[in-house]
Design a protein around this ligand. Structure first.
Ligand code: FAD
Length: 410
């Protein structure tokens, strides 16, 4: 793919879409670039939506991925508030909600993911919210403040971050989780226990092992969450934070392979040489772990944007990165590198009581698979390096605080 005069259409003006547009220009793409997004805003960063933006500590300038003037200045035709509804790969065109057909030479699908919903009585009541967009965050913020109570259904990262931000805004927060611990899908039990204690100490009520039966209303607005044990948790707003689904329907309907995400290779290519896909909407190879996986993170969106831009501009694909992720809650910065698939041992370095520690996950042959670092940047950085090098390291050495992370990584 080196016809750098051809027309690239990017569907989805989010983190991945905005980044690939900029990288294409940086790598020398000369042809027209159209960046089309369903939201009314130019590409912005979503992580602050549950953190600084929700707390009123960020403005548009810091949220936006690039200055608003960037797109016109770099010849990127930004079409906002425009949804793609169908893809015709034979005709190489995309149909928009308005019925208009947009022709492409190359197409990059950067469609992201959407919040999973729950099939519950009362789910459509005013005051029942999700958190994916600026509009969602603004609606949530207006429901928070002193004397207000937020019920969060789902103890994942977004739910916990929103609960922490609600507390910072003076609201009460209750997190209702189906599993026996928060972060059950994404963190090890020690990390879950740490966050549970941290939230409880800051006034968040956690209701674990809970089954939500219905959302109840007063004066046509949500007023409580009814659990299967009969308990009614009164609240002023409900945030549904039960995970996300890939926006892969357009690709599936057009006959591209989808397995809970559009299947791509390490050059962001689908089986159609004219169609690439990047970011939350993809299922991609993880060579370090020998499997396909769907990642929902900014570092992944950036990595795949680099892959797609390199593919289109005829460059060799960048070396695969170690997946990583972060979450900010109160004064805690959690950084995770790698994925603990098939871990045989978990090693604790440091003391959770000091709110500065790391959990290392090792395979049976002592290969480092993943690290979860709480206010522990050296452990995160050295861990990420060691994971990339597939370093084997005995648990006892990782546990030994007299050995520096620099020495361990050497
Ligand atoms: P998105 O940024 O979701 O962009 C996809 C875009 O495509 C959207 O604007 C959507 O409207 C548009 N679109 C969808 N369908 C169509 C269509 N048919 N036509 C046109 N446009 C369409 N990651 C981290 O690493 N750390 C964090 O701390 C973190 N915190 C987060 C907090 C929140 C509240 C949220 C929601 C996400 C967070 N993430 C975090 C995840 C991270 O933001 C995503 O992984 C990242 O935004 C993925 O980028 P993307 O471009 O693939 O998808």
């Amino acid at each position: 793919m080196t016809e750098t005069d051809a027309h690239v259409v990017i569907l989805g003006a989010g983190h991945a879409g905005g980044t690939v547009a900029a990288l294409l220009r940086q790598y020398g793409w000369k042809g027209p670039i159209t960046l089309l997004g369903a939201e009314p805003l130019p590409p912005y960063q979503r992580p602050p939506l549950s953190k600084q933006w929700l707390r009123g500590e960020a403005d548009w300038k810091s949220l936006a991925l690039r200055a608003d003037s960037f797109y016109a200045a770099n010849g990127v035709a930004l079409r906002l508030g425009a949804s793609a509804t169908a893809l015709d790969r034979e005709a190489r065109s995309v149909t928009l909600g308005t019925g208009e057909r947009l022709a492409y030479d190359y197409l990059v699908l950067a469609l992201g993911s959407r919040s999973r919903t729950l099939d519950l009585p009362g789910i459509d009541l005013p005051g029942v919210l999700e958190l994916r967009t600026v509009a969602d965050a603004d609606a949530l913020k207006s429901a928070l403040g002193p004397g207000k109570r937020l019920a969060v259904i789902g103890g994942g990262y977004i739910g916990l971050e929103a609960a922490a931000s609600a507390r910072a805004l003076g609201a009460d927060a209750v997190v209702i989780e189906r599993e026996a611990r928060v972060l059950a899908r994404v963190a090890c039990p020690t990390l879950s226990a740490f966050f549970q204690d941290y939230h409880r100490a800051r006034g968040v009520e956690l209701v674990l092992d809970a089954r939500v039966e219905a959302l109840e209303a007063l004066s046509s607005r949500v007023s409580g969450v009814r659990l299967s044990n009969g308990r009614l948790i009164a609240c002023d707003a409900v945030l549904i934070g039960v995970g996300a689904l890939a926006n892969d329907e357009l690709a599936c309907a057009a006959g591209l392979a989808c397995e809970g995400g559009i299947v791509v290779d390490l050059a962001a290519r689908t089986a159609d040489p004219r169609v690439l896909a990047i970011g939350d909407c993809t299922r991609r190879p993880l060579p370090l772990y020998g499997r396909m996986w769907r990642l929902e993170s900014v570092p992944n969106a950036l990595e795949q944007a680099k892959q797609a831009a390199a593919s289109l501009c005829g460059r060799s694909p960048p070396a695969p990165e170690v997946p990583w992720f972060w979450s900010d809650q109160y004064d805690i910065r959690l950084q995770i590198a790698g994925l603990p698939f098939d871990a045989a041992e978990t090693v604790l370095r440091g003391d959770p009581a000091s709110a500065g520690f790391a959990l290392f996950h090792l395979a049976a042959d002592n290969r480092l698979l993943a690290v979860e670092a709480v206010n522990a940047a050296p452990e995160f950085m050295a861990g990420r390096l060691m994971i990339g090098r597939q370093k084997q390291i005995p648990g006892a050495r990782l546990r030994d605080m007299s050995v520096s992370m620099k020495d361990l990584a050497a």
